[in-house]
Each structure stands twice: as C-alpha cells, then as structure tokens.
Design a protein around this ligand. Structure first.
Ligand SMILES: *Cc1c(COP(=O)(O)O)cnc(C)c1O
Length: 394
C-alpha cells in the first residue's frame, strides 16, 4: 500500500506547532529556546508546575531503589498513598491504575459487580450530555458526546444519557434498573460547565433514596484543581465512588478509584487488576503530591491565587465584549468567547502563553495551582493584548 503520511505517529491528535523540551515551575521551553508560560499544566496534570522539587527528590530516591514489581507484592508508597487518600476523603479503600479512562473503567466495573452481588444483573448507569469519561470502549459509551462515539459502534450497552444541570429531568432520572449515576462536577472537556449545587444535592439525595450508587469523575477536578482536594467536598455530598488521575502524580502517570467499604468489597482477588497500577515510582509521585497539597501554607497560596485570578478575569470580561462568559471553579477556568477559541489560543501562544480549548468557543485555563501573582499578572497582560488585537481584526 502506498504511504500517505511520513509521520510514524498515528494522527490521533492535531498538535500545536510547538515542540516542548524542558519545563520548570509554570514555564516550558521549546526546541528553539522560546519560553512559554504554561497555563495548560499538561491538561490539569502538572498541578504543582513542571519538575516540582518537592516531588522530584523522593521520586529520584525511589528511582534508585525499585521501579516496578507488580501488584503481586506489597508496595509501601502505594500503601501510604492509599492511607492519605482515605484520611483526606469520605472513602475507605483505594484501587490504583494508570489513567483517567482506566479509573472510570474500574468504577464502572465496581458498580456493576456491586449490583450483581445484590442480584441486579442487567442494570444501567446514568451519565450526562456533554460529559467526558475517556476513550476506552466502556468510557466512550459512558461519554455523552456523539463526536467521541462516532465510528465506534457497537457501543457498550447499559448507559443512559440525561441532560446536565436540568432540574426537571431529575424527576425521571432513576428508573427501576438504574444501578449508578456517573457525573463530573465541572465538565472539563465539555466546555468548563459547572454543576449547579442544588441540582447535585437533589441528585445525591435521589441516589440515596433509591439505593443507586453516586460516582463522581474527579479525573480533572480532583487533586486541588477546584480549590479543595476533591471537588465533591464543595457540594456537601458523599459519593460512593470517585475516580482520580490527571493531577494525582504531578505528571507521572497514575489513576485511582476511591470507594466506600461496602461497595469496595465487591472487588475480590480476580475481579480486577492492573500490572502497572500504583507502581513504586508512580505511587511515590502521588504520595508526595498529596502531602504537598495537605500542607496549610500551600492551601493558603492556592486560595489566594483563586481569588486573585477570578477577580482579574472578571475585569477582563468587563473590558472585552469578545468574552461572553467567565466560568469554572478554582483553577479550572473557561472563557466562553465570540467566534473561534483556537484563533485566540494561537495568538496568545505566539505571545508566549499556552492555554487550551474546551470545545469550539471556550478557552480553557489550567494554571499550576502554585503559580504566582506575578505570573497571573503576566498572563492577564498577554491575554488582554491578544484580545485587543483580535477585537481590532474583527
Ligand atoms: C481526561 C479525562 C478523562 C480521561 O483520562 P485519560 O487519562 O486521558 O484516560 C476522564 N474523565 C475526565 C473528566 C477527564 O477530564
């Protein structure tokens, strides 16, 4: 067959025309020596900035001791990370994997197994429109976006999609065969849509009343991103399961699910597993990340950053009619703009600042949680210049 492309990499991504070779704190450098303020944080992953000293030290110590041994043996860092996650949450047990999709797969499997253990074998899981739960077959079937599912039928059965933030739709949300509800508290990929508190609380109450599991996908919102270690804490609810990944290892791949004991016990030897999940290196990165975020001085810095950044963005919105809405929670922020978000993202990149899209009309801003006031000021300045240029061009 004739070659149609010279790249040996499959085209699953439309990449920006930049090659990053180095990072430190909130900054990255490309192969030509250009410096960028990175307000993408590797898609909400490098939450403590690039190569954070506090994490690097312990990971390097582990690097010299043992990289991998499989989950057939006890792993001290994994044990300690699980203990901390349990201590700082309403959950009792943890399962480790390597990514967000895998965490959601595990949560879906656990919910189904728990239902089976109660004699419910054909149950369905409710998820929401515009949600994003991953790219594996189960998680893309759970995802409420046609564009993610296109070309991959037959999908997994057992999912029903309902409208997000819709009070009226709640009345019929739980059907006789519903076993679980899975949702994001801020839909990240879906356009930075924040779940309404009242709606979430009513949903959680309905789940409790009908003995239906509440699963929160905190792959993007977790690990301090929204201003608390987990976003569910701000909604005054207690889910049965949450899933984590992106920020958990500060950029080293690790995922996890946290569950209440009664649910967690449905996983027994042979039910589920992962060769790499929570391996010594990844678990050490996770452990040091959670320890860092647990420190009060760091929480104070993050709170200050959130207040300051929100104010600055509100001011920017008042100055530019191009911006239709500022939304988000903590440092998971979205600017809904008039027209194509990618145009502005390209402009601002040429001015030395990296941000992301979330759908066609939203600029997604994900600074490292420990960014500085000076960096926020620089960001706001560059963003203003880009919006000024764009406004003139229209
Ligand atoms: C990124 C993301 C996922 C998928 O995580 P991967 O590590 O890419 O598999 C799942 N759910 C949410 C909410 C996400 O933001």
């Amino acid at each position: 067959m004739a070659k149609v492309d010279t790249s040996p990499i499959m085209k699953t991504y439309n990449r920006f025309p930049v090659t990053l070779v180095k990072g430190k704190g909130s900054y990255v450098w490309d192969d030509k020596g250009n410096k960028y303020l990175d307000y993408t944080a590797g898609i909400a992953t490098c939450n403590l900035g690039h190569v954070p000293e506090e994490i690097r030290g312990k990971v390097m110590e582990q690097f010299d001791q043992l990289w991998h041994c499989s989950n057939l043996y006890h792993i001290p860092a994994q044990q300690q990370l699980a203990e901390l996650l349990v201590e700082y949450s309403c959950f009792d047990q943890v399962f480790f994997c390597n990514s967000g999709a895998e965490a959601n797969e595990a949560a879906i499997k656990l919910a189904r197994k728990y239902a089976h253990d109660q004699g419910k074998e054909e149950g369905e899981i409710v998820t929401f429109t515009q949600s994003f739960h991953g790219r594996t077959m189960a998680t893309l079937s759970a995802t409420g976006q046609k564009k993610i599912q296109h070309g991959f039928t037959p999908l997994l059965t057992g999912f029903r999609h309902e409208p997000f933030n819709d009070m009226e739709a709640l009345e019929k949300i739980i059907q006789p065969d519903t076993i679980a509800v899975l949702l994001e508290l801020v839909q990240g990929e879906g356009g930075v849509m924040v779940a309404n508190s009242e709606w979430v609380q009513k949903l959680a109450t309905l789940c409790k009343q009908h003995d239906v599991l509440l699963i929160v996908d905190e792959v993007q919102t977790g690990i301090g991103r929204t201003g608390s270690l987990f976003a569910y804490e701000q909604y005054d609810i207690e889910p049965d399961i949450i899933t984590l990944a992106k920020g958990l290892g500060s950029g080293i791949p690790i995922g996890a699910i946290l569950a209440k004991e009664e649910v967690a016990q449905s996983f027994q030897p042979g039910s589920h597993g992962s060769t790499f999940g929570g391996n010594p290196l990844a678990a050490t990165a996770g452990l040091e990340t959670v320890k860092y975020l647990a420190k009060e001085e760091h929480q104070l810095t993050i709170k200050k950053n959130i207040l300051y950044f929100h104010n600055e963005l509100r001011d920017i919105k008042d100055k530019f009619s191009l911006i239709k809405e500022v939304r988000g929670k903590g440092l998971l922020l979205g600017l809904a703009v008039e027209g194509n978000a990618l145009d502005i993202i390209s402009l601002i990149r040429e001015m030395g600042v990296l941000v992301l899209p979330a759908g066609p009309n939203v600029i997604r801003i994900l600074p490292p949680l420990n960014t500085t006031k000076a960096e926020i000021d620089y960001f706001v300045h560059q963003l203003s210049e880009a919006l000024e240029a764009k406004s003139k061009a229209i």
